[in-house]
Design a protein around this ligand. Structure first.
Ligand code: DGL
Length: 248
């Protein structure tokens, strides 16, 4: 099984980490649009255009499926990608909502969705959560978390101030959807802030989703990975080494 994985930049490596741990893929081809990141503050038309250009890149490879690791792409461009692709296109929104169902049984419990401005404005998570019967949904665009991760800022006081700024008026949720590839890297701080509630991570959600698909019968002890980026691929490779193989 060969997967293409697409993100606006390096953030999608958090999804790759889960895919590697799943052993479901023989090969992963990762593309980060590092020249044009962030997508989260762009409009739909632009995100669709960038996504279709990336689809053309993946047409050079023999992939079985393309995983849009990026929540912004999954929210704004998934239909357009599906309409133009010859292979399966998977986004992270539906897997995230299905993963939530495993940890929240009372549909009236408060759920918090965090994402980029574009993801939040699309209303994609809210619509799907409502279809699944959830009634108490709050969403918040927390774009500052993206540069905090990109800059490798680990100062707990910066994180605390940022979280206070975003969350001070928010009712304590029972679960948080980390609706952005970068946010799992802040999971410990976000989890602590809300008192250790379940956090929904796009990588873990997509792996759980893939396990329900019947074509995934085989396991591969090693996954071969190739990294591509629209700008500075060496930097992406260095980040991948740091995030995915910290002890390697
Ligand atoms: N990868 C994006 C997402 O998951 C976050 C970074 C960006 O704004 O491009 O929504």
């Amino acid at each position: 099984m060969v997967a293409g994985v697409f993100d606006s930049g390096a953030g999608g490596l958090t999804v790759v980490k889960s895919l590697l741990e799943s052993h479901l893929f023989e090969q992963i081809i990762y593309f980060g649009d590092t020249a044009r990141v962030p997508y989260g503050n762009k409009d739909k038309q632009t995100v669709v255009r960038y996504s279709l250009e990336t689809l053309e890149f993946f047409n050079n490879f023999d992939i079985d499926m393309l995983i849009a690791a990026c929540n912004t792409v999954s929210s704004l461009a998934i239909e357009e990608l599906r309409a133009h692709a010859d292979f399966q296109i998977l986004g992270v929104i539906e897997p995230g909502v299905l993963a939530l169902e495993k940890c929240i049984t009372n549909k009236h419990d408060p759920i918090l969705i965090l994402g980029t401005q574009a993801t939040i404005t699309s209303g994609c998570y809210v619509d799907l959560l409502r279809q699944h019967g959830y009634t108490n949904i709050t969403q918040k665009a927390t774009g500052l978390f993206v540069p905090i991760v990109e800059e490798g800022i680990s100062s707990e006081s910066v994180l605390q101030e940022t979280m206070k700024y975003y969350f001070h008026a928010i009712e304590n949720p029972c679960a948080v959807i980390l609706g952005c590839t970068h946010f799992p890297l802040l999971a410990r701080s976000i989890g602590n802030y809300f008192g250790g509630i379940p956090l929904i991570h796009s990588g873990e959600s997509i792996v759980a989703y893939l396990h329900t698909q019947q074509e995934f019968t085989q396991r591969y002890p090693h996954t071969h990975i190739q990294y591509f980026a629209s700008e500075n691929p060496h930097n992406l490779q260095a980040i991948a080494k740091r995030w995915l193989f910290p002890l390697g």
